[in-house]
Every structure is written in structure tokens, then in C-alpha cells.
Design a protein around this ligand. Structure first.
Ligand SMILES: [Zn+2]
Ligand SMILES: [Zn+2]
Length: 334
């Protein structure tokens, strides 16, 4: 078998894999909703009534749960920013957060400057797969079959869709609240595990909650496993966000760094404005964005850009250490 035939065979398997994950996606998301709901029921039925200082702990637990389900709902339902979608405008209703007073009349499009951040126009390339002109940081998703603004990745299991410019904030906050929920469940739920197994001799009596003990045990195992797994996943995502990179860029920039190093140069990511500023821009909580408290509620928020202009590191209109023609594109795979 020639190398080309092997390559074509792999491509075929990859496409078949895409189709299967695409078809199974709704089932995974449905399952995730069921399991998260069972977890919440177990928590509020078994664990929450035994927490100390109920006047404080109850509202905090409710707030965490509202954030968990709210951000999950938005991560799944807000379109990631397909290149052909009309621009997304915030609505003037209770679901949308209010911007800082000083930021309310600033348009998101085009080139602009706040006192400390320069935002300049993106360069455009034509996508060889869908034929659309797309700004830098947009990539083509093979499963959605469209280009997505600030494409991060296609999540087949949790979201059954792409993570991009418009839902990445909800996605990251969903992971954050999932970690808080899973660890709270695991730590505060431990005394009830012995109870559910019937091993706790001190209380002496049977399981006294209306939800079955088997549901509690299963959701407890799930919470412990998810707590570990999602902490690692989210840790990596936070790291890339704080470096001013998407998941795709984190991989591409590693290659650019090696290439530049081979020439004795340093690669500099022009989207990297320093850890704090990168996080502020990602969550849009800078001077031209939303107040800090918007991180505590599942509000809709718009990103700091329309995806067609990007904040740059002072003095860097483009990445340094990368020569023309060295950029990795997602067109090369065919
Ligand atoms: Zn495309
Ligand atoms: Zn996609």
C-alpha cells in the first residue's frame, strides 16, 4: 500500500469519525443535562441541609447552581460566531449584563483605542473549504462545515458545537462553576457516602432522604471523577487564555516558537498583552467592558471585539519571529 493510500484511508476514517460524533452529539448533551440535574437534586436533597450557617451557605449554593446551568445553557445555545452570521447585538433586557457607564457608547467594530489598549484591524484570508473571506483567528470547523470567529475547538461531547468568539466566555465560566460544584459535592458529601452504604453505625438508622441512596452514590462518584478531570482541562484552558491564545493557537505557536528558535529569533504572540490584561480582555471586564461582578452571575455579555479587530501588544502589529508563508492554516490537510 502506498503512503498516499494509507493517508487517504486515515482521512476517510477521520471523516467517518466526525459524522459519528456529530450524530451522537445531541445524545451526549442530553445525558450531560440529566447527570448534572441528578447531581443538583442529590446535593440539595442530601448535602445542602446539613451545611453549617444555612443563611449564608444556601444562597451561595443556589448561586453556584444557577451559574452552572445558566452558563452551560448559553455555551450550548449561543452561536459561536459563524463567519456568515449577522453581527450579534446585545439586547436591553434582564438577561444581558449592563456595561460600565464609561463603556456604554463605544462601538465594537473597527479600529479604536482605549487609554491602554490598541485594537487594530485583522488581516483576511480566503477559506479554501467554504470560500468565505475570514479575519485572522477564524478557522474552519470540519464538523460544522463553516468558519468560526476566534475558533477555539469543536466540543463534540459537552456542547455538541464549536467554541468561538461568542460562547467562549460561557464555556470557561461553565467549567469553572462545574469545578466548584464537583469539589463541593465531593468534599461535603463524604460523610453521607458512609451513610448511603449503611456503614455508619453511629446514626444507626436507614437512609432518610427522599432521593435513593444509589443515585447519591453514583452522582458522588461522577462528581469526584469530574472534579479531577475538569480541573485539569480547565487549568489548561485558563493557561492558554492568560497567554492570549486559543486552543488552536497554543499548538500553532509552539511550532512557531521552534521555527523562530532555529533561526536564533524569539517568537512573540502579538495578541499577548500580559496575563492580567489577557484575562480582562477575554472576560471583557476591562475599563471599556463590564463590571467585575458579572463573573458571579450567568449574564449574557458581548466580547470586547466583533472578531474582525484585535487588541495588540504595544509595538506589535503582527507576530514577530514568524515570516510570511510560515503561518499554519487549516487548509493544508487535504
Ligand atoms: Zn471555512
Ligand atoms: Zn464546529
Amino acid at each position: 500500500m502506498s503512503a498516499q493510500r494509507v493517508f487517504r484511508c486515515f482521512k476517510y476514517m477521520e471523516r467517518a469519525g466526525d459524522k459519528i460524533t456529530g450524530a451522537a452529539g445531541p445524545l451526549f448533551v442530553f445525558l450531560a443535562w440529566v447527570l448534572l440535574s441528578l447531581g443538583a437534586v442529590s446535593f440539595f436533597n442530601v448535602i445542602q441541609p446539613t451545611l453549617r450557617l444555612p443563611y449564608i451557605s444556601t444562597p451561595i449554593c443556589v448561586l453556584i447552581a444557577v451559574n452552572l446551568f445558566g452558563h452551560y445553557y448559553y455555551a450550548c445555545t449561543v452561536p459561536p460566531g459563524f463567519i456568515t452570521d449577522p453581527p450579534l447585538h446585545p439586547k436591553n433586557n434582564i438577561l444581558w449584563a449592563k456595561k460600565r457607564k464609561t463603556a456604554r457608547n463605544i462601538a465594537l467594530t473597527g479600529v479604536r483605542w482605549s487609554d491602554d489598549v490598541a485594537i487594530t484591524k485583522a488581516t483576511y484570508t480566503k477559506c479554501k473549504r467554504c470560500g468565505e473571506m475570514r479575519p485572522e483567528r477564524a478557522h474552519h470547523c470540519r464538523i460544522c462545515n463553516r468558519c468560526v470567529l476566534k475558533y477555539d475547538h469543536h466540543c463534540p461531547v459537552w456542547i455538541n458545537g464549536c467554541i468561538g468568539l461568542h460562547n467562549e466566555r460561557h464555556f470557561i465560566l461553565f467549567m469553572l462553576y462545574l469545578i466548584i460544584s464537583a469539589w463541593t459535592f465531593t468534599i461535603c458529601g463524604w460523610p453521607h457516602v458512609l451513610d448511603a452504604l449503611g456503614w455508619d453505625d453511629h446514626t444507626g438508622d436507614a437512609w432518610k432522604h427522599w432521593s435513593p441512596s444509589i443515585t447519591f452514590l453514583l452522582t458522588y462518584i461522577l462528581a469526584a471523577v469530574l472534579g479531577f478531570a475538569v480541573t485539569i482541562m480547565a487549568g489548561w484552558h485558563f493557561w492558554t487564555v492568560s497567554n492570549g491564545e486559543t486552543s488552536v493557537e497554543a499548538q500553532d505557536h509552539d511550532v512557531y516558537r521552534r521555527v523562530a528558535k532555529g533561526r536564533g529569533e524569539d517568537f512573540v504572540n502579538s495578541y499577548d498583552l500580559g496575563k492580567l490584561k489577557n484575562l480582562q480582555l477575554f472576560f471583557n471586564i476591562g475599563k471599556t467592558g463590564y463590571p467585575l461582578y458579572t463573573l458571579l452571575f450567568p449574564f449574557r455579555c458581548e466580547p470586547y471585539t466583533d472578531g474582525r479587530a484585535w487588541a495588540r501588544r504595544p509595538g506589535y502589529e503582527r507576530h514577530s519571529g514568524l515570516r510570511a508563508g510560515e503561518e499554519l492554516t487549516d487548509d493544508d490537510e487535504e
